[in-house]
Design a protein around this ligand. Structure first.
Ligand SMILES: [Zn+2]
Length: 193
């Protein structure tokens, strides 16, 4: 038999509002609503394997985003995560980009991807150009159509070969910097430093 105290602590642990023992009981409907409103919902049934998440890390903002490959995050989450760190502005990112990163992580069986660049505000793009960085004037990054990334434990050469073989769009190879650029523009390839 489970003691009432144990049940109470279980409910509290899952964010269910629990009335003090002496207070009048809350109607069951409220408890159900409270349970529904918790972020994580009910615990999974015993024997349910946890989902393998892919952890995306934005190197500029130092933010992490854990993604279930079967249920990619909302556009709002992606737009914010891949925002321009210099202006803190976001744009409508091409939704396929997160899919590219997740497909690469799945192919190489890694659980982490390092994002080097997502959206680049035209202002920031111009600053990079003036500083002599390898940045196109009308970069796909400024349209929210490109992502630069690498996978820890996977060389940029391996990642580039895989990306090029997909023929999903543009692929830039930056072996010295150690990342690969993928965009949703026309299929083409180039390499930088
Ligand atoms: Zn790029």
């Amino acid at each position: 038999m489970i003691r009432r105290a144990a049940v109470l602590s279980l409910l509290v642990a899952h964010g269910v509002a629990v009335a003090a023992p002496d207070a009048p009981r809350k109607p069951k409907k409220d408890l159900a609503a409270a349970a529904k409103s918790t972020q994580h919902g009910s615990p999974p049934a015993p024997g349910t394997r946890p989902v393998k998440l892919v952890n995306l890390h934005n190197q500029w903002t130092n933010e992490w985003l854990a993604v279930d490959p079967a249920r990619p995050p909302s556009a709002a989450t992606v737009n914010r995560f891949l925002r321009d760190h210099f202006t803190n502005k976001s744009t409508d990112m091409e939704p396929k980009l997160i899919g590219f990163v997740l497909a690469a992580a799945a192919h190489f069986r890694v659980d982490t991807a390092q994002i080097v660049s997502g959206f680049r505000h035209p202002k920031f793009n111009l600053i990079l150009r003036k500083k002599g960085h390898q940045v196109a004037r009308d970069s796909q990054h400024t349209h929210g159509n490109a992502v630069d990334f690498f996978l820890p434990g996977v060389t940029a050469a391996q990642l580039e070969a895989w990306a090029r073989a997909q023929r999903w769009g543009g692929v830039g190879y930056y072996p010295d910097s150690g990342f690969v650029h993928m965009d949703t523009g026309p299929v083409r390839t180039w390499s930088g430093e």
